[in-house]
Write a protein that binds this ligand. Sequence first.
Ligand code: NAP
Length: 271
Amino acid sequence: MGNLYSKIFITGASSGIGRQLALDYAREGAELWLLARSELKLAELSREIQTLGGQAHILVCDATDEPSFLTALATAQEESTGFDLVIANAGWGGRMQYPGDKNIEVLNQVIDLNFRAATQTLEYYAKFMVMAKQGHLVGVSSIAGFRGAPGGAAYSATKAALISYLESLRFSVSPFGVFVTDIRPGFVRTPMTAKNVVPMPFLMDVERASQKIRRAISRKRKRFAFPWQMAVLLHLIKAAPDFLYDWVAALTFGKEAVTGRLGKSDSNTPT
Ligand SMILES: NC(=O)c1ccc[n+]([C@@H]2O[C@H](COP(=O)([O-])OP(=O)(O)OC[C@H]3O[C@@H](n4cnc5c(N)ncnc54)[C@H](OP(=O)(O)O)[C@@H]3O)[C@@H](O)[C@H]2O)c1
């Protein structure tokens, strides 16, 4: 896969999908700006990229802390003098438990990261790309945005909102030559899914996921759901009547999940 992009900004680059994308784009010769909270992990990634002959700039920042996040976005814009690819990837599963004391806290954190920070990233760089009449904006949503998934009310809702946002954004920026891609992964083996206690059909390695995501981006796909088996299943489920969806959800996630007793509420602390 030849690289079409020379300057790339990625949020949530310290682990999982974001990390793999950073490594693979570095191998293809791109200069990278990488944001996450974990300084240690970003520094280690930056060293790895340097040994590959690449160049990485790290931005240690909590994307839900709006003033410092907007400052980090501005710093990256200034240093790079403009990105040709921006990937809003940072996200958190935010499992909720019923009854639970932490659900409002989890809900706020998930909204702030998965929707507010993702859309702020894209909106911030959309302005410069529209003025430059070039660029590519990518949001990492999820197949969980297709319908409400058990145990993940906040997660599903924010991913559904992000899907809608990306589609609308595309209408607004495409007349200026700016592309928008909505990446909707199924289950990918990352630290996020390592915590999952539910079955994960068609679980994919992160290397393969990165390859598929980069191919979809280079082909300027408007949306890309993968793996295809999961995408087909979910398109069918989207149109299915509630009784059928409830049955499939119970079958897939187990009885505990659909009765709200799936483990404890999660917490999103950097490691
Ligand atoms: N893995 C899957 O099966 C799957 C499926 C569908 C969609 N997705 C989506 O893919 C994206 C990446 O997920 P992943 O599986 O790679 O998860 P991951 O390994 O847990 O990585 C999440 C990344 O987000 C960063 N992050 C978390 N909270 C942050 C905050 N407040 N501020 C800044 N960065 C923050 C984390 O870094 P720090 O902790 O260092 O901040 C990390 O780099 C997410 O949007 C996720 O919803 C994943």
